[in-house]
Ligand binder design. Structure first.
Ligand SMILES: Nc1ncnc2c1ncn2[C@@H]1O[C@H](COP(=O)(O)OP(=O)(O)OP(=O)(O)O)[C@@H](O)[C@H]1O
Ligand SMILES: [Mg+2]
Length: 269
């Protein structure tokens, strides 16, 4: 990291993150002990925010990669590209993070192609090595480097789970939606809406999350509550804000949406 970047990282306040437990201490310890970290949790529960917060807090550059089913090892490590008639090697985000000693965050890592594990394995055991097959280099990760991966266990299918030999290379944290009192503070802080006006949204979320009968793929996320509260803070009618920021994003099914509207009436009045 150059001096200017270091200065910038030191000055900028970390993005707001309200801990659910001891995850901040654990993240910092894992980083100090050079252990890779696995985060699990439903969509919109704060995983990305947590990593951004910790990177800023520790003054480390952050490379985030959204993994998808076409993502290959070369997308992470780098490749030769044609530039002005010459072929030049261009580092991928993982290689860059190893070289500069920062955090590389692989979001939805279970989506990535199988060959990605080949580069992750030597990097996530005590060797901490990144072999670059194409250039013949073997990079040793500096002490500051940390690999963080996340996935949502709710979407997992058997074909897309992490192999035990991959999982067992990580320290793991399971995050969930913050408990009601914390979530109220998160939503109020993120939206600027008065906490007393946030409370019915939190009550609604608890009801939706405890519903067993309703056919929802995922429960109402903290992110959606922040959206609804932001619309309300901007002056939008609460019932409409909930309709567009919570009910519509949650389902396409008319019966499910009708069930959710009933809950809204019970929670909001
Ligand atoms: N503990 C928290 N502190 C501060 N903000 C939070 C917290 N939890 C959730 N949020 C809010 O929820 C939003 C969604 O969180 P985030 O994007 O980190 O979710 P995610 O777990 O990464 O979801 P996905 O799996 O869909 O990527 C954030 O933008 C932030 O506003
Ligand atoms: Mg995320």
């Amino acid at each position: 990291m150059d001096n200017l970047a270091q200065l910038g990282a030191a000055i900028a306040a970390p993005p707001f993150y309200l801990p659910q437990g001891k995850e901040c201490e654990l993240f910092e310890l894992a980083w100090r002990q050079r252990l890779p970290l696995l985060l699990k949790g439903p969509t919109g529960c704060g995983k990305t925010r947590f990593v951004a917060h910790m990177a800023a807090r520790l003054g480390l550059p952050l490379q985030t990669v959204a993994c998808h089913d076409d993502l290959t090892a070369a997308d992470l490590t780098g490749r030769y590209l044609l530039k002005g008639g010459e072929t030049v090697w261009v580092d991928g985000p993982l290689t860059h993070a190893v070289r500069v000693g920062g955090i590389c965050y692989l979001d939805e890592v279970v989506e990535a192609r199988k060959d990605v594990t080949v580069v992750l394995h030597p990097l996530t055991d005590d060797r901490r090595l990144l072999p670059l097959e194409r250039t013949g280099e073997i990079l040793e990760a500096p002490p500051e480097f940390m690999l963080v991966v996340s996935y949502n266990p709710g979407y997992q299918n058997i074909l897309k789970s992490l192999k035990p030999s991959t999982r067992q290379r990580f320290v793991a944290i399971e995050l969930d939606f913050p408990r009601p009192e914390l979530e109220l503070r998160v939503v109020a802080a993120e939206s600027g809406l008065d906490p007393e006006r946030v409370r019915p949204l939190i009550n609604l979320a608890s009801r939706v999350r405890s519903l067993k009968g309703l056919d929802l793929e995922e429960a109402c996320s903290t992110r959606l509550l922040v959206y609804a509260a932001s619309l309300m803070q901007a002056g939008f009618d609460p019932v409409l804000a909930i309709e567009h920021a919570i009910i519509e994003p949650l389902s396409d099914d008319a019966d499910v949406k009708a069930g959710l509207r009933e809950l809204v009436r019970a929670s909001i009045g």
